[in-house]
Design a protein around this ligand. Structure first.
Ligand SMILES: [Zn+2]
Length: 373
């Protein structure tokens, strides 16, 4: 294993932070990139990364790695240092209010400009395209600390064949986000992790990290068509966001099983010299991200849930009561569609208009940006 430390732009004199990347296996061929806790207050990925580094270290020592696996165990040193009134603030940068998993660059135009795509000539091979993407990433401005973090993370991942961004939800079942085109290649991961749900969207809006990596290829192909070119590149980066259940689901047994599942997936993709794992059945066919319906509190109060995450609901089934102890009001929140209650708010005191739960239906119903703030 090679440990590489990437210094961030210092936000003030006398302050320095760095991002640590662990590189396992031989470089120069297939590359998988795994990062944990880009939202720094999402701890399941941190424990999973600890288990992964042990497994990967053992496999490397045994000479069983066939491709490069880059593990970033703590992807957000800025967020990990943020505390406010004794509590960690890891989803948004306090200085700017920006979400740490949004605003990742679209590198396609800058990369395409570096490639010789003259009509009649063969398309540049994948290695050249990846080099162009890396070069485009290196040119991103990084005047500030957060910009430099985004550039470092994207630079580590943009030329990878596989990208796993490890997050968690508030209180949730295991679920995965990816694109419809990539789903066939993601399905073994969903099965090995025992994911209850996969939500797919072509472009969910907001430019999250995984889509900056995966959509680079469809964006390059779109630019090539627009330029009158023929042929196309394959979808050469399988990128997913894995939601490792809820934020308090931090247990060795879960993390050890998840680590085994991810190593098993890497084996199916040729990174590990190991027997192919047996794939458990898929729990559900993927559902459109645009069919994930939020449920909001109509007024402030305390929440009493009436069903657990993982419940299959019919439209109108009760999910929770929001109770106002001052007025005596009680509002029962119900499922807006038939679907899976896959995530709930973990706090039990809510404000009017706050999202309390998410139900994934089978039909796309929403349009516009799909990601929350
Ligand atoms: Zn997250």
């Amino acid at each position: 294993m090679i440990e590489v430390r990437h210094p961030l732009t210092a936000c003030a004199p006398g302050t320095t932070r760095e991002l640590v990347a662990l590189h396992y296996g031989p470089g120069g061929g297939a590359k998988a990139y795994l990062q944990a806790a880009l939202h720094a207050d999402e701890p399941p990925g941190l424990l999973l990364a600890w288990h992964l580094r042990r497994l990967l270290g053992e496999l490397e020592a045994a000479g069983r790695l066939r491709g490069e696996i880059v593990l970033v165990p703590m992807a957000n040193p800025i967020g990990h240092a943020q505390r406010l009134l004794g509590r960690g603030i890891g989803r948004f940068e306090l200085a700017s209010g920006e979400n740490f998993n949004r605003l990742y660059a679209n590198l396609a135009a800058a990369a395409y400009a570096r490639l010789d795509c003259t009509p009649g000539k063969p398309l540049p091979p994948l290695a050249e395209v990846r080099a162009a993407l890396r070069a485009a990433c290196e040119e991103l401005p990084a005047a500030g600390e957060l910009a430099s973090l985004r550039r470092i993370l994207l630079g580590l991942a943009i030329d990878a064949d596989h990208v796993l961004d490890l997050h968690c939800d508030n209180d949730a079942v295991m679920h995965i986000y990816t694109t419809p085109e990539l789903w066939p290649q993601v399905e073994p991961l969903a099965r090995l992790l025992g994911a209850e749900l996969a939500l797919v969207a072509g472009d969910s809006g907001g430019d999250p990290f995984d889509e900056s990596c995966s959509l680079a290829w469809s964006r390059l192909n779109a630019l090539h068509v627009a330029a009158g070119g023929s042929g196309s590149w394959p979808q050469a980066c399988v990128a997913v966001t894995v939601e490792l259940r809820g934020e308090i689901d931090v247990e060795h047994a879960l993390a050890a099983a998840d680590a085994q599942a991810i190593v098993g997936y890497l084996a199916t993709q040729g990174y590990v010299d190991a027997a192919m794992p047996e794939l458990p059945p898929l729990k559900r066919a993927p559902r459109p991200f645009a069919g994930s319906m939020p449920v909001y509190a109509p007024h402030g109060g305390v929440v009493a849930y009436r069903c657990a995450v993982g419940s299959e609901l019919r439209a109108g089934d009760p999910i929770a009561d929001v109770v106002d102890p001052l007025s005596g009001a009680l509002s029962t929140l119900t499922a807006p569609v038939d679907g899976l209650l896959y995530a709930r708010e973990i706090g039990r005191v809510v404000h009017a208009g706050q999202r309390v739960a998410k139900v994934a239906g089978e039909q796309a119903r929403r349009s516009g940006p799909l990601l929350s703030a």
